[in-house]
Design a protein around this ligand. Structure first.
Ligand SMILES: O=C(O)c1ccccc1NCC(=O)[C@H](O)[C@H](O)COP(=O)(O)O
Length: 230
């Protein structure tokens, strides 16, 4: 029996876009707490959105290299189902966060070339889920802010197609309603994550694109299941 497909919509900031993701059937909703991001929300806002989603979808709190004080505050106000660590956290730090806070952890790993796959096993040993994402672009000469994720950039999905990390994994990076079906067909991934691909501008989610993305992912999984693809 195949695992059911999971769709995560990340970077939700408002009750109306959260509701749109829930109505579309998202399995996971991502709340970004990272002040440099156009999707950043404070802990009070994140707590309110988390309560709205509770029991309808898993609440994922996304942080970048958080210290224990921030994690203490976030876990108390958001009560996330999953912590998404999207910075330069080492495997040791991921293991320490999981042990201290008792919340499952998903670690994002940037993939650009085959050599990046060597970073997977140490994280697979300590986290609950891996998130394969594109690497951020190089900083621009004008010093414009580069985010560690949520850049709408895709990587070569074939790099993770044959991978069995021994942990549940999720595919992200520049996915859209138009590309997610191909990404699923190529990789066999049963979990996908999107942010920029369902936005009209950074941080502005589009309910119509959210519906289209969820439907496209589900259609791809249905096609795989009907074809009996392993
Ligand atoms: O979304 C952000 O602004 C962000 C900021 C800092 C670290 C990660 C961030 N986002 C990650 C994601 O939204 C997703 O998990 C994933 O990378 C997909 O992003 P996208 O390529 O925009 O679909």
């Amino acid at each position: 029996m195949k695992t059911p497909g999971l769709v995560k919509i990340c970077g939700l900031k408002t009750p109306s876009t959260l509701d749109a993701a829930l109505a579309a059937g998202a399995d996971m909703v991502g709340l970004v707490h990272f002040p440099r991001s156009p999707r950043h929300i404070d802990l009070a806002e994140a707590g309110l959105l988390a309560e709205r989603a509770r029991g309808r979808a898993s609440v994922v709190a996304l942080l970048v290299d958080p210290d224990d004080d921030l994690l203490d505050a976030l876990v108390a106000s958001v009560r996330p189902d999953l912590l998404q660590l999207h910075g330069k956290e080492t495997p040791e730090r991921v293991g320490a966060v999981k042990a201290r806070f008792g919340v499952p952890v998903m670690k994002a790993i940037g993939i650009a070339e085959e050599a990046d796959l060597a970073r997977v096993p140490p994280y697979a040993a300590v986290c609950d889920r891996l998130l394969f994402d594109a690497k951020p672009p190089k900083p621009a000469a004008d010093g414009a802010t580069v985010l560690p994720g949520g850049n709408g950039i895709a990587f070569d999905w074939r790099l993770v197609a044959a991978l069995d990390p021994g942990r549940p994994a999720m595919l992200s990076g520049g996915l859209t309603a138009e590309t997610v079906g191909t990404a699923i067909a190529l990789t066999g991934m049963r979990a996908v994550d999107v942010s920029s691909g369902v936005e009209t501008a950074p941080g502005l989610k589009d309910p119509i694109e959210i519906v289209a993305f969820v439907a496209a992912a589900r259609a791809a999984w249905r096609a795989q299941d009907e074809a009996g693809t392993p």
